[in-house]
Ligand binder design. Structure first.
Ligand code: FES
Length: 110
């Protein structure tokens, strides 16, 4: 979109997140969940869209995160909610690895 900018922000070292793991990371005002799915990294908002629970305290099974509070599930690649009680998808963030660090793309920062 015209006039919008984004930037890549380092949020973790590659060595800090093993495959099959999820970490909760604060980035400024954002609460990010960072997932390692077989060596590929994905990032979403960490707060469940149903009520208030942190997804990094849930259960990662392949590319699906299950919320610890009511068991709602999301695809971590797309943020898509996978049925009740989830009615709203999760926001996702692009990721990349740069100098052995995991970065996410955040919109609206110069
Ligand atoms: S708060 Fe996550 S499923 Fe209800």
């Amino acid at each position: 979109m015209a006039g919008e900018s984004s930037s890549w922000v380092t949020i973790a070292a590659v060595a800090s997140l093993d495959p099959g793991k999820v970490a909760g990371i604060k980035v400024g005002d954002l609460d990010i969940a960072l997932y390692n799915v077989g060596g590929a990294y994905f990032a979403t908002d960490n707060v469940c869209t149903h009520a208030f629970a942190l997804l990094n305290e849930g259960y990662l099974d392949g590319d699906v995160i299950e919320c610890p509070l009511h068991g709602g599930c999301f695809n971590v690649r797309t943020g898509e909610g996978l049925g009740a009680p989830i009615i709203r998808d999760l926001k996702t963030y692009a990721t990349r690895v740069f100098n052995e660090e995991i970065q996410i793309e955040i919109a609206g920062k110069a």
